[in-house]
Ligand binder design. Structure first.
Ligand code: F6R
Length: 608
């Protein structure tokens, strides 16, 4: 989604702003722009296309100045075009605004402003903000911004500069992330900490409907009604190297290869093998409260929803508690039965997904307690949840989620262990799960060694236009995830199905041109899946199997086999998904696709 960076300090701001935009490129965008106060006025440079296009534009006539804001836009209102790119100016060009989110009442505000004589240039909702600020201007930028925002319905993360109040950057947020970066004699604002990590690790997270006024000398936070708010400075623990490619051609590949380390980070210090217990510091739930939970409802979107499905299977198997998994986007718009005896688990890598956040708020409004399983520290879901578990996967930059998925599954296993222990389940079963979980990182390392073989398989299938992924039990969500990975980065149509459902419809698709990826590991569904494989073979489908090392029965039936080590059923997804991530990655790169920034996709979906 859109990215914001702002700077005020002694340095020339253009290189800082461009570097910040580059670090947010992964979020997905279609145009980019900057606004800089240059001592004479506000200079705006913007264009459709990549940041390189913006760089070419500013190189031709570089704006000089030490205060500025910049933006990458992912179009919502109005097509991607130069005129619709941010920053947006008011009629006389004094107020430049960049904005993430959607102003829902922009039509009526636009009509009112037009009636007062304001002239609009773009089709965007954002432009109403610059004109509103112009309308309320009375000598103080923050007062004008606050007055404008009090009229706005919808969501926003904004940054504003003006040559009439020239050393300030004013920011505000509601439903869209905005973080202050506190420097030494300079200050930053960004929608994503990675944009300013090269300059500072001291950050302040703004709350909803809060504003910040930055100058080179300091910052202050307040509500839209101008009541001061105290916000603590927090320290970012990420290193700059974590948001760089580290020798890999793409972030996605780097993140796939980081998974052994990520799983270790997700489970570190949380497991006690001798007693079969798990420790989770941030749940904010007593053992008695956990025992009284009657049902768990999991809410998530996309890949996180697939992780939730695996969590459902684990929690029902180990804790004998009913679990429901729902798309957050569906949950929020029906009339769900949910209340104080339900525990809601919200899963989100970014912690900012608009649908997931809204679903969590709805569940909380109805009296349920919400736990957040998030990656991004300080994200809105992490802060608004009643308790939570960080997955500690480190920044995930590739748009296609990989290491966050396996880390989410690992954390769900830890939570399952904790709940099983509290609810008095058999400790030996827990001990086995802990033992196997600890062995997962080394097993993933082994799978990663098959990368060269997977490249060869990808070459055979790179021209395919369709692909079916089949799995059963714990491997069914993996089939869904494998299909999602392929379609989102290679634009090949792919479907994930429970293997047994194949004969109820999808089998009609099978012919000698149809690749079918089978997840056929030695688990409780093994014999049945093997039969399904024979059914596909009988119809001359082309089979790629993910199978347990040394399985001759699978070798006989499949055209290609990618081997994975054995583990217990609930942990199979942590292994079986890895070859599917690699397969999608290689198919996509062979097809010349931009894997880190696939078309139309954004890393963090902060609009409905
Ligand atoms: C797929 C992918 C998306 C996200 C979904 C939820 O690779 O990345 O499907 O999983 O948008 O995002 P989070 O987990 O940030 O809430």
């Amino acid at each position: 989604m859109c990215g914001i960076i702002g700077y005020t300090g002694p340095q020339r701001c253009l290189p800082i702003l461009i570097d910040g935009l580059r670090r947010m490129e992964y979020r997905g965008y279609d145009s980019a722009g900057v606004a800089i106060i240059n001592g004479k006025g506000v200079v705006v440079k913007k264009d459709v296309g990549k940041i390189a296009a913006l760089e070419a534009l500013v190189d031709a006539d570089p704006p000089h100045g030490t205060i500025g804001i910049a933006h990458t836009r992912w179009a919502t209102h109005g097509e991607p075009s130069q005129i619709n790119s941010h920053p947006h100016l008011d009629c006389r060009g004094h107020f430049a605004v960049v904005h993430n989110g959607i102003i829902e009442n922009n039509e009526s505000l636009r009509e009112t402003l037009k009636a007062k004589g304001h002239k609009f240039r773009s089709e965007t909702d954002t432009e109403v903000l610059s004109h509103l600020i112009e309308e309320y201007w009375d000598g103080s930028l923050e007062k004008a911004v606050a007055a404008a925002l009090r009229l706005v319905e919808g969501t926003y993360g904004i940054a504003v500069v003006s040559d009439l109040d020239p050393d300030k950057v004013v920011g505000a947020r509601k439903g869209s992330p905005l973080v202050v970066g506190v420097g030494n004699g300079e200050n930053f604002i960004a929608s994503d900490v990675s944009a300013m990590l090269a300059h500072t690790k001291q950050v302040v997270y703004l709350g909803d409907e809060e504003m910040v006024i930055l100058t080179p000398r300091g910052y202050r936070t307040q509500t839209l009604n101008e009541i001061p708010v105290d916000r603590e400075i927090e320290e970012i623990t990420w290193e700059l190297s974590q948001i760089e490619k580290g020798g890999f051609p793409h972030f996605m590949l780097k993140e796939i290869f980081e998974q052994p380390k990520c799983i270790q980070n997700a489970i570190r210090g949380r497991l006690m093998e001798q007693t079969g217990e798990a420790h989770l510091g941030g749940l904010n739930l007593t053992d008695d409260e956990l025992r009284s939970v009657e049902r768990i409802v999991m809410l998530a979107c996309g890949t996180s929803w697939h992780a939730a499905m695996i969590g459902e299977y684990m929690l029902e198997e180990y804790c004998r508690i009913p679990v429901e998994v729902e798309y957050a986007s569906e949950f929020r718009y029906r009339n769900p039965v949910i209340g104080p005896n339900d525990l809601v688990i919200v899963i989100s890598q970014s912690g900012e997904t608009a649908d997931t956040l809204a679903a969590m708020r709805e569940a909380q409004r109805r009296g349920a307690r919400a736990l957040g399983i998030c990656n991004t520290v300080g994200s809105t879901i992490a802060r608004e949840a009643d308790g939570g578990i960080y997955i500690h996967a480190g920044p995930e930059i590739g748009v296609a989620s990989t290491k966050a998925f396996t880390s989410q599954v690992a954390v769900l296993a830890v939570f399952t262990l904790h709940l099983a222990h509290v609810r008095g389940m058999n400790p030996e079963v827990n001990q086995e799960l802990i033992h196997e979980l600890k062995a997962i990182p080394a097993k993933i390392e082994r799978i990663l060694k098959s990368d060269a073989q997977i490249v060869e398989i990808a070459k055979m299938f790179q021209k395919t236009t369709n692909c079916l992924y089949l799995g059963r039990g714990y491997n069914f969500p993996v089939a869904l995830e494998g299909a999602l990975k392929l379609k989102e980065i290679s634009y090949v149509h792919a479907e994930g199905y429970p293997a047994a459902e194949m004969k109820h419809g999808p089998i009609a698709l099978i012919d000698e041109k149809m690749p079918v990826v089978f997840l056929c590991t030695r688990d409780s569904a093994y014999d049945k899946v093997l039969n399904n494989m024979s059914e596909v073979r009988a119809r001359r489908g082309r089979i790629i199997a993910i199978a347990t090392e040394g399985d001759e029965s699978v070798r006989e039936r499949a055209d290609q086999v990618i081997w994975i080590p054995h583990t217990i059923d609930p942990l199979v997804p942590l292994l079986s998904v890895v070859p599917l991530q690699l397969l999608s990655y290689h198919v996509a790169t062979l097809r010349g696709c931009n894997v880190d920034q696939p078309r139309n996709l954004a890393k963090s979906v902060t609009v409905e």
